[in-house]
Design a protein around this ligand. Structure first.
Ligand SMILES: Cc1cc2nc3c(=O)[nH]c(=O)nc-3n(C[C@H](O)[C@H](O)[C@H](O)COP(=O)(O)O)c2cc1C
Length: 563
């Protein structure tokens, strides 16, 4: 056995330490070994923090105790719980030294070789450093114990780590008091036996890769209830007309009730577990001063959504709508603990002023990821999804997409977005006109979309198509979501049967687009916030339509003359 083998085999996760202090030269040598570890793109993202203070160790121990209880409650049965509780899974207060190894996500704010596939490569690099440290300590006669049974969010708060630093855990460092019989402690205690040999398999067959694409298959099966002249439509119309009211006096509400009844193929339709999904992403075109806000605002607003402080949180809470927030491609690396659905395609699109915003593969990924999110929601038996968006610069992207897809002159497709002045609006129009002129025109839809696109817009389009496949009620928010709808409609014109338009926004192009689509919006409140706010506000009106259909008396039941 070589010396390296001996070190590798004798390295132990240690939870029993002597009281001997760790000499400075020992820890420095070990940290240098960590620094020698490979790192993706040669990043210097791994950071080390030393903890010697008893009061801090005590506070970390408290975090461990809280989470250890949570873990104990997750055990499979009582005897396992008892065995779990008997284990010693930390030595936070006994170990002479505490070490926190973390990685700095902010390195991802610059181009980093090797992170295009997964930002997690930064984390993996830190794990390589942790292993080098473990081996170096072992070689020097010391050891380490990895504690991950912690609420990482509180752990970061406790240590005052900035948001962009993500700790791998708390590491107890000291001289080992035992080697657990030269085997892992969990094995010595018969908790688990580690297999003697690694699992290795040669893969000699490549499966075809399955992604939904921007192009829907032409022969896709359609929902059976798309014909409005079915018996159910007749029954619904009769039911609406027999309510104790003059015919048509509930106006648009009657159309909404009829449409929802047609979607769900019943005269007593109900909305179940409504969801509102906000898709967010950044746009390269924002670099050219087309928005009054800086790109940073996208990630700040997402943080606000997650903290529950945005308008959409308030309205969703008010109307019992389940809110989901999706990172479709924000130019920021969110922490692993956030409640965000990660569907990041890249950190924002490229500017389409001189070249394509994204690749064809990225476009296909958008449709696939958007669809997958809705497929998960459908598993909850929800039958209604509202769509919202957030992304600084996305009115510009939406305007150009509207122009390309409808041939309406670009000027008429542009509006003030988040509130541009007349001067800023002129500048925005000029930039978008130049972008359109620079575009080497092709009529191939996918190429047009990839050239100008936005990650969140296409994920919404993919999500709407999937919602249609599950025969859900689709509630569309303002201008940007209506552009996403337009794109989805190009793939599947039957989508129209399932869609309701929540409001007509103050963005002037939205009215033109709704006219183009021959669509009527429920509300007109001069909203121009996005986030899906129009959907949430319109929701009680949609519910009112169902309430009158399901609960209002008929002339017959109330003994009222119909004439
Ligand atoms: C990512 C990671 C997190 C871990 N977290 C804990 C922990 O919270 N508490 C604990 O007692 N051991 C923890 N361990 C230690 C493993 O349980 C231990 O490595 C395993 O039992 C094998 O033992 P050995 O390292 O002595 O070979 C962790 C190990 C890893 C790699």
């Amino acid at each position: 056995m070589t010396y390296l083998d001996e070190i590798l085999k004798s390295r132990r996760d240690t939870r029993h330490f002597t009281k001997d202090p760790v000499p400075e030269e020992v820890i420095q040598k070990a940290l240098q070994a960590g620094h020698w570890a490979p790192s993706v793109g040669l990043t210097d993202a791994t950071k080390y923090y030393l903890i010697k203070s008893d009061s801090i160790k005590k506070a970390v121990k408290k975090l461990f105790v809280d989470f250890d209880q949570k873990a104990a409650n997750q055990t499979d049965n009582e005897s396992q719980k008892k065995a779990y509780k008997a284990l010693k899974l930390e030595a936070i207060e006994e170990a002479p030294l505490g070490l926190v190894i973390g990685y700095d996500r902010s390195v991802l704010n610059h181009f980093t070789i090797g992170t295009v596939g997964s930002n997690e490569a930064i984390k993996f690099s830190s794990v390589c450093a942790a292993q080098n440290i473990w081996l170096s300590l072992t070689e020097q006669g010391y050891s380490m114990g990895w504690i991950s049974i912690l609420n990482y969010h509180q752990f970061k708060q406790l240590l005052g780590l900035p948001d962009h630093i993500e700790p791998l855990g708390y590491f107890c460092v000291g001289k080992p008091a035992t080697n657990y019989g030269n085997q892992p402690m969990l094995q010595q205690l018969n908790w688990k036996q580690k297999t003697t040999a690694p699992f290795v398999q040669e893969i000699n067959f490549a499966n075809p890769i399955n992604t939904a694409t921007a192009k829907e298959p032409a022969n896709r099966t359609t929902n059976s209830q798309t014909n409005c002249n079915t018996a159910i439509s007749v029954a619904l119309k009769a039911k609406i007309d027999h309510k104790t009211k003059p015919k048509g006096s509930l106006g648009f509400l009657e159309d909404i009730a009829l449409q929802i009844g047609q979607i769900f193929q019943t005269t007593t339709p109900e909305i179940k577990k409504p969801h509102l999904i906000v898709f967010a992403a950044d746009h390269g075109i924002a670099e050219h001063g087309v928005s009054t806000y800086s790109q940073d605002v996208t990630q700040q607003m997402l943080t606000n959504f997650l903290a529950g402080g945005a308008a959409i949180n308030v309205f969703c809470n008010q109307h019992n709508i389940q809110l989901l927030v999706v990172d479709a491609g924000v130019n920021y690396d969110f922490g692993a603990n956030s409640n965000l659905i990660s569907a990041k395609i890249a950190k924002g699109t490229q500017s389409f002023l001189h070249g394509p915003a994204m690749s064809g593969t990225e476009l296909d990924l958008c449709f696939a990821k958007g669809a997958a999110i809705v497929a998960d929601v459908a598993k909850t038996e929800s039958n209604c999804i509202c769509f919202g968006e957030m992304g600084i610069g996305n009115t510009s992207t939406a305007s150009v997409l509207m122009h390309i897809l409808t041939k309406i002159p670009i000027k008429e497709c542009v509006g003030k977005g988040t509130g541009a002045s007349s001067e800023q609006l002129e500048h925005k129009i000029a930039i978008l006109e130049t972008a359109v002129q620079n575009y080497n025109k092709t009529d191939i839809l996918e190429q047009q979309l990839a050239y100008f696109g936005g990650f969140e817009i296409f994920q919404i389009a993919g999500a709407m198509l999937e919602a249609y496949r599950h025969n859900m009620l689709i509630v569309v928010d303002g201008f940007i979501c209506t552009v996403a709808y337009l794109i989805a409609l190009k793939q599947n014109p039957l989508l129209k049967k399932n869609a309701l338009f929540s409001h007509e926004s103050a963005e002037q192009a939205h009215k033109k687009l709704l006219d183009y689509l021959d669509a009527r919006a429920i509300l007109q409140l001069d909203l121009r916030l996005g986030e899906g706010t129009g959907c949430a506000i319109a929701f009680p009106i949609i519910e009112s339509a169902l309430a009158f259909l399901n609960k209002m008396a008929t002339f017959e039941s109330a003994n009222v003359n119909s004439k």
